[in-house]
Design a protein around this ligand. Structure first.
Ligand SMILES: Cc1cc2nc3c(=O)[nH]c(=O)nc-3n(C[C@H](O)[C@H](O)[C@H](O)COP(=O)(O)OP(=O)(O)OC[C@H]3O[C@@H](n4cnc5c(N)ncnc54)[C@H](O)[C@@H]3O)c2cc1C
Ligand SMILES: NC(=O)C1=CN([C@@H]2O[C@H](COP(=O)(O)OP(=O)(O)OC[C@H]3O[C@@H](n4cnc5c(N)ncnc54)[C@H](OP(=O)(O)O)[C@@H]3O)[C@@H](O)[C@H]2O)C=CC1
Ligand SMILES: C=C(O[C@H]1[C@H](O)[C@@H](CO)O[C@H](OP(=O)(O)OP(=O)(O)OC[C@H]2O[C@@H](n3ccc(=O)[nH]c3=O)[C@H](O)[C@@H]2O)[C@@H]1NC(C)=O)C(=O)O
Length: 306
């Protein structure tokens, strides 16, 4: 098997929040087959396995992660077709969007400013500017809880706002996307405008994980958090951005516990003030959800055997 392996590796280097303790081991598989093999071996040995892409929607505990953390970013094979693309999970979403636009393939202009891997974007059903991944997905090849690798069509999947039915049940290895014919210049212009809007509204210059909370139906988390008085306030090194209240930024030395405490305070405050329960959008890789005596991994990011 090929691919880089590191022991006791600081996970803050693999998240855009720049937060997270050490991983017992990190492996960057070079092929889908290597990823599946390591997962199968870890299952047999009762070792916890975690999977991350570009770590742009991720909070990792200060205590780090036991077992093996698999990082998909080396899985980058790509094959363009007639208004389609077959692409591995680790391919950068923003690059894919740019390349699709340059071909005159329409559909992913919304994604040009979204950091993250294609696999992470499918799992999160990433979206912006009125667009989202789901309408462009034709099929997904995934590693399933029984250890098999199988391709499923769109009809077998369910997507909703920032959610995909595969989440917690399977790991995305490859995706087939479909596009509509478009005008290259129009698409590139739309992407440029989206990037400009984003730079105006979002604190891209500071480490963050994007929106921390999902928008509640009919309202916006950023508006509610600001109205509850949280703009600019913080806990330890974690601060509610002064530019956008649904972003928590790392001011330099934030710990996961600072972010978690701030999230809880905001949730309580917004519920008290407006009766709205904010749900988090970011994924928390919680090491306490796993116990070695239990062969199953219960975290939402992991595979379950049931
Ligand atoms: C500045 C900034 C702006 C952002 N703007 C947006 C935005 O406009 N819209 C939006 O939707 N998001 C946005 N995000 C959030 C983030 O970019 C997306 O959620 C992105 O799709 C996450 O991809 P990732 O590869 O980084 O996933 P990670 O953060 O690595 O992982 C996220 C979750 O997905 C799981 N996962 C990752 N890869 C796979 C895989 N191959 N198979 C199964 N599970 C997997 C992980 O286990 C974890 O639970 C933003 C983030 C930042 C930092
Ligand atoms: N606040 C935060 O914590 C973070 C914010 N961000 C923001 O999120 C956004 C997306 O981030 P990121 O995923 O790093 O994306 P970038 O905007 O840096 O780049 C997007 C991708 O598109 C590729 N690309 C750019 N131009 C072309 C081109 N002409 N042809 C082909 N490919 C091209 C880049 O390739 P190449 O690699 O060759 O440049 C890169 O892979 C950015 O706006 C960034 O500012 C990102 C990370 C953290
Ligand atoms: C960044 C993310 O996605 C983003 C995506 O980039 C943008 C652009 O389409 O739209 C969503 O943000 P958003 O709903 O906060 O969009 P914005 O246009 O910035 O704000 C919505 C409304 O809230 C108000 N607002 C925003 C921030 C703030 O501090 N105060 C405030 O009052 C704005 O004035 C606006 O009226 C996505 N967030 C969610 C949770 O759906 C992400 O998911 O990580």
């Amino acid at each position: 098997m090929a691919g880089r392996v590191e022991k006791n590796y600081p996970l803050h280097q693999l998240t855009t929040w720049k937060i997270g303790g050490p991983a017992e081991a990190v492996y960057w598989p070079q092929t889908k087959e290597d990823l599946a093999t390591v997962w199968q071996r870890a299952q047999k040995a009762d070792v916890p396995v975690w999977l991350i892409g570009q770590g742009s929607n991720l909070l990792v505990p200060d205590s780090g992660l036991p077992g093996v953390t698999l990082v998909t970013t080396s899985l980058r094979a790509i094959e363009w077709g007639n208004y389609t693309v077959q692409v591995e999970a680790g391919y950068p979403l923003a690059r894919l969007a740019q390349e699709a636009g340059e071909r005159g393939f329409s559909g992913l202009a919304f994604a040009r400013g979204i950091p993250g891997s294609v696999g992470g974007a499918v799992m999160m059903n990433a979206g912006a500017h009125g667009g989202a991944m789901a309408p462009h997905i034709a099929a997904v090849t995934a590693l399933w809880p029984d250890g098999t690798v199988k391709k499923v069509g769109k009809a077998e999947l369910e997507f909703a706002y920032r959610s995909c039915s595969l989440r917690g049940h399977a790991w995305v290895l490859e995706v087939e996307l479909m596009f509509a014919p478009g005008d290259r210049e129009t698409i590139l212009q739309e992407m440029k405008e989206n990037l400009t809007k984003r730079a105006l509204n979002q604190p891209l210059e500071k480490p963050s994980a994007g929106s921390v909370f999902q928008n509640p139906p009919g309202d916006s988390a950023g508006r509610l958090i600001e109205a509850a008085g949280w703009k600019g306030r913080g806990v330890g090194g974690a601060q509610v951005s002064t530019k956008h209240s649904n972003f928590i930024v790392n001011t330099g030395n934030a710990k996961a516990i600072d972010v978690l405490t701030l999230i809880e305070k905001i949730q309580k405050s917004v519920e008290l003030e407006f009766g709205v329960i904010l749900q988090t959008e970011v994924a928390y890789l919680n090491d306490t959800q796993y116990t070695r005596s239990d062969a199953r991994i219960k975290g939402e990011q992991s595979l379950e055997n049931n």
